[in-house]
Ligand binder design. Structure first.
Ligand SMILES: Nc1ncnc2c1ncn2[C@@H]1O[C@H](COP(=O)(O)OP(=O)(O)OP(=O)(O)O)[C@@H](O)[C@H]1O
Length: 268
């Protein structure tokens, strides 16, 4: 289990049969700056069941990336805790997919995947190829990123993230730099892979349609708190033009804008 807490709190590692569960308790993040500082969110509690596809939406600057960075351990919370349960009670493996694939251009696709397996004696080029096949790039393992399209490069990023067999996958607007047709293809592929591999996915986006198309559950962050938490009751595969999809999307949009009607809370 991985636990990200304030420095004073002890790291607790215990065995678990619910790998991929995320438990957030009383999470507060404040940045101190020369001009006084800012509390990004305060006292956030959240429980995410293993294997779920959860999407976080919120307006620009509400703290989505900050929450993601705390989940990945890049940032420490000001107070509160985040626990991610692992298979064996040790540190949870966390896969990352970013807006851009962050591939090293002087390395082949296979080598780009190998680089995240440093210290893994079980790594073989076949492992990279297996994951590249999952994203339809089995034939391209020896190519360099510059020989691939933007969508193909992002596919390599997704293959790389899944290849470490992570307990959770953090995805930060992974399709926002792609044209809509390619983004749609990748969303379909992502759901196929997620259904096969049964991982907890924590996905950040600005796009409500994307959130409804992909998720089991949609969280809304704003005004320093999680003000919305919607279960998505739609069967997969989802038809984004169907009446039930559009009806649910409308409901999500309405809930998303409740924050504008309520106005800021005290202290923010
Ligand atoms: N290292 C930092 N130091 C000070 N303030 C920061 C730091 N990182 C983020 N912030 C502030 O915290 C707030 C939340 O930022 P964050 O990047 O998490 O928002 P976001 O919801 O991901 O935004 P976007 O959708 O535009 O990417 C912003 O007001 C930002 O200026």
């Amino acid at each position: 289990m991985t636990q990200h807490t304030t420095a004073e709190q002890e790291r607790i590692d215990v065995g678990s049969n619910s790998a991929g569960r995320i438990s957030i308790e009383g999470l507060t993040k404040r940045f101190e700056t020369a001009s006084g500082g800012e509390t990004v969110f305060e006292n956030v509690d959240l429980e995410i069941e293993p294997g779920r596809f959860v999407t976080l939406i919120g307006k620009s600057g509400c703290g989505k990336s900050t929450l993601l960075k705390i989940l990945s351990g890049v940032l420490e919370p000001t107070s509160g805790s985040v626990r991610i349960e692992s298979e064996d009670g040790g540190d949870a493996e966390i896969g990352h997919v970013f807006q851009s694939p962050r591939l090293l251009p002087w390395n082949s696709c296979e080598r780009n995947i190998e680089l995240v397996h440093e210290g893994n004696a079980a790594y073989t080029p076949e492992l990279a190829r297996r994951y590249l096949e999952l994203v339809d790039l089995g034939e391209h393992a020896d190519k360099y990123p510059t020989q691939l399209s933007g969508g193909q490069q992002q596919r390599v990023g997704i293959a790389r993230a899944f290849s470490i067999d992570p307990e959770i996958l953090l995805m930060d607007e992974p399709f926002s730099n792609l044209d809509e047709i390619t983004a749609d293809e990748l969303r379909t592929e992502l759901i196929d892979i997620w259904e096969k591999l049964d991982k907890t996915v924590f996905f950040v986006t600005h796009d409500i349609t994307e959130a409804v198309a992909l998720s089991d559950r949609i969280l809304m962050l704003g005004d320093g708190r999680l003000y919305g938490d919607l279960e998505v009751p739609l069967e997969r595969p989802r038809d984004i033009e169907s009446e039930e999809f559009l009806r649910f999307r409308q409901r999500a949009i309405k809930q998303f804008h409740t924050i504008d009607e309520e106005g800021p809370m005290d202290g923010h």
